[in-house]
Write a protein that binds this ligand. Structure first.
Ligand code: C2E
Ligand code: MG
Ligand code: MG
Ligand code: MG
Length: 290
């Protein structure tokens, strides 16, 4: 096999590979110093309860604005941070940042507001994960039910008994667990029997395909969730029609550019004030990219 690869090198060699490898190397180097240089920022996307129209929470989304490369999307750098062993400290930074912000918003009157934080598989598997989450809550004197942790199927299914133990500990403190990008994995749904979760976040690929079949799929996810006593969030709502459809289908919550883009902390504050003062009309037009 190695021989074949060697023999084929001359045919497939692309000088760009050299550039790509060194570009990756440079990006990694930038990433290592990005926290110190203050290049990270957390943005917040509002989550709306479909029935009442009330915004009751935010999802924290990490942004990296590199001095050298400009904005780098999380889909590009999260994996890199995992590979470089940086995701532990970075994830902890996001958690602290999000809880500090939540504390401010609660102090300003949004007393029951929640924040959802994305957790990478590598971070979730770290031995001190539960302790570090509880410490972050304690540092802000926030109750566990202020926090939602978003995990993907694949990070939980790697070791179901171990995942179950960790989730159970978190839930004992009131922390809610959301399954992110629900439906995109290829696993059977039987694992829902073994893993205690509270929320299913239906991936936006389903929301964008709400034809007859797509609606039937969402409908069956919602029925399953109702049976199991779970909350359902529809992600990636971009049109009024989609919002109306997911509301009719019984999704509890909705999130997407139609309702608001991810917002900078100051914009989040204004958004919350707008909610209180003018009812539910204000649309978030965030300056936070994406
Ligand atoms: P996710 O957790 O599923 O987050 C939702 C993503 O969809 C966000 O992208 C958000 O900006 C985007 N989005 C929201 N509404 C809409 C919409 O209506 N249309 C479209 N096209 N997109 C919408 P973002 O911020 O680029 O994040 C991508 C992924 O990166 C996240 O997916 C999450 O898996 C990961 N991520 C983001 N922040 C963090 C973090 O702090 N830690 C970890 N471990 N992962 C993170
Ligand atoms: Mg998420
Ligand atoms: Mg998602
Ligand atoms: Mg996603």
């Amino acid at each position: 096999q190695a021989k074949r690869a060697e023999r084929n090198t001359w045919r497939f060699y692309n000088p760009q590979w050299q550039d790509q490898a060194s570009e990756r190397f440079q990006l990694e180097r930038e990433l290592k110093n990005a926290v110190e240089h203050g290049e990270f920022q957390v943005c917040y996307q509002p989550v709306q309860e479909t029935r009442s129209g009330r915004f009751h929470g935010f999802e924290a989304l990490l942004r990296w604005n590199s001095r050298r490369y400009g904005p780098v999307p999380p889909t590009r750098f999260i994996r890199m941070a995992e590979e470089l062993g940086l995701i532990g400290p970075l994830g902890q930074w996001v958690l602290r940042e999000a809880l500090q912000q939540l504390k401010r918003w609660r102090a300003e009157g949004a007393t029951t507001l929640t924040v959802a934080v994305n957790i990478s598989a590598v971070q979730f598997r770290q031995k001190d994960f539960v302790v570090s989450v509880l410490a972050a809550l304690q540092a802000e004197e926030l109750p566990g039910d202020a926090l939602i942790l978003e995990l993907t199927e694949s990070s939980l299914l790697e070791d179901v008994p171990a995942s179950r133990a960790v989730l159970t500990q978190l839930q004992a403190h009131g922390i809610a667990i959301a399954l992110d990008d629900f439906g995109t994995g290829y696993s059977s749904l039987a694992y829902l029997r073994d893993l205690p979760v509270n929320i299913l976040k239906i991936d936006r690929s389903f929301i964008w395909a709400l034809d007859e079949i797509g609606a039937a799929i969402v409908h069956s996810i919602v029925s399953l969730a109702h049976e199991l006593g779970l909350r359902v969030v529809a992600e990636g709502i971009e049109t009024p029609q989609q919002l109306e459809q997911v509301r009719t289908l019984g999704c509890h919550d909705a999130q997407g550019f139609l309702l608001s883009r991810p917002l900078l902390p100051t914009e989040g504050t204004a958004f919350l004030r707008g909610q209180r003062q003018h009812g539910l009309k204000d649309n978030g037009e965030g300056s936070c990219r994406n």
